[in-house]
Design a protein around this ligand. Structure first.
Ligand SMILES: Cc1ncc(COP(=O)(O)O)c(C=O)c1O
Length: 353
């Protein structure tokens, strides 16, 4: 099966030697990482990330993968400010499932090629009763789109004017193949209302399960308390491994290597789409991340059934909407398959279409 479904890095992205070496060095240097510790994570890594974001280390909470932190954040916010939850449509499916489990009323906001439509945000703010906005502004999962700089400013102004908290989920921002990074919402706003979340899943390895949150101080304390009662402390060994990898100056070179491997896959995907579907379908053209969003002009569920029988899989667009939507769209992940498989897989999809 050629998988365009897996939002995971290609096996070559995972630097086994480096990670193994850093893990050994980390545990030998500090055997305490084999014990329990602070619920907010391994101190030296919190200090490192605090310095990167210009905040006190106590405002950094390391979570067991970014997704666990998202669940904590949603639970805290919905308890503090019950109300409607605004999300991009489409958006990452797992947070949608978390929100459904919490019984939240989820309101989809329209997007276009420039990302979330700030007018749609403004309209919902005017209706009122908003708990928070969950957004993935850079190389969004599933669309691959990036919120433009002027929309970032407008979004932050609107959130501040209405006092509405925002969760900026940014696991892909550093996985950039070209172009200049726009400022984060967190930087633009100053970190009072906007929580920034990211993870080392895409820049080191997903199996280490190290996510991080940059939080307003009172919320950091509450989320840390929630972490303690859920899992006592997060996996210190892998957090210390990340710290060691950064300490020895290996993070950037390794990231550059990952970018090279994934850039080739992004290029293979965009090239194959143009060759096979040019003029028949439309798609996003991301400067980074893992995903391309394709408007198929045909039913995605029906295509998926036939594609899987022919050895190709993807995720249908409707999985990324809280209600109706996306029935004629697909998320194609280019991160996992090889460039040759991407070529072949897109040819198969085009012939079925
Ligand atoms: C937008 C987004 N947020 C969060 C995550 C969670 O990442 P992790 O829990 O591996 O840190 C993912 C993973 O694919 C993602 O795409």
């Amino acid at each position: 099966m050629i998988s365009f479904a897996r939002g995971a890095p290609a096996p070559e992205c995972l630097n086994v030697e480096l990670i193994a070496d850093c893990a050994r060095a980390a545990v030998e240097a500090d055997p305490a990482v084999l014990g329990y510790g602070a619920g907010g994570g391994y101190g030296p890594l919190r200090e490192e990330l605090g310095a990167r974001h210009g905040v006190e280390p106590s405002r950094i909470v390391l979570t067991s993968g970014g997704l666990q932190g998202i669940a904590f954040w949603f639970e805290e916010l919905l308890a503090e400010r019950p109300g409607r939850v605004l999300v991009e449509a489409p958006t990452y499916d797992r947070p949608l499932k978390q929100l459904a489990l919490l019984g939240a009323e989820v309101v989809p906001l329209a997007m276009d090629d420039e990302g979330l439509d700030p007018d749609a945000f403004e309209r919902e703010l005017a209706v009122g009763g908003v708990s928070f906005l969950y957004t993935i502004p850079t190389f969004q999962n599933p669309s691959g789109r990036t919120l433009s700089p002027h929309r970032r400013r407008r979004l932050v102004e609107l959130a501040a004017a209405h006092g509405v908290p925002v969760l900026e989920d940014d696991p892909y921002g550093l996985v950039r193949y070209e172009g200049e990074a726009p400022p984060s919402l967190h930087e633009l706003e100053g970190g009072e209302l906007v929580t920034y979340a990211s993870s080392f899943s895409k820049t080191i390895a997903p199996g280490i399960r190290v996510g991080w949150f940059v939080l307003p101080a009172p919320l950091a304390a509450r989320i840390e308390a929630r972490a303690v009662s859920t899992y006592i402390s997060p996996p210190f060994l892998t957090e210390a491994t990340v710290h060691e990898l950064i300490r020895r100056g290996a993070f950037e070179p390794n990231l550059e290597r990952i970018r090279g491997l994934l850039r080739a896959r992004r290029d293979a995907m965009l090239g194959a789409l143009e060759r096979e579907l040019g003029g028949r379908a439309t798609w996003s053209t991301p400067e980074g991340g893992y995903f391309v969003w394709v408007e198929l002009g045909a039913d995605a569920g029906e295509l998926l059934t036939r594609a899987e029988a022919a050895g190709v899989t993807f995720v249908k667009g409707s999985d990324f909407f809280p209600a109706a939507g996306g029935e004629r769209s697909a998320r194609l992940a280019f991160s996992y398959a090889s460039p040759a498989e991407i070529d072949e897989g897109v040819s198969v999809l085009a012939s079925l279409l």
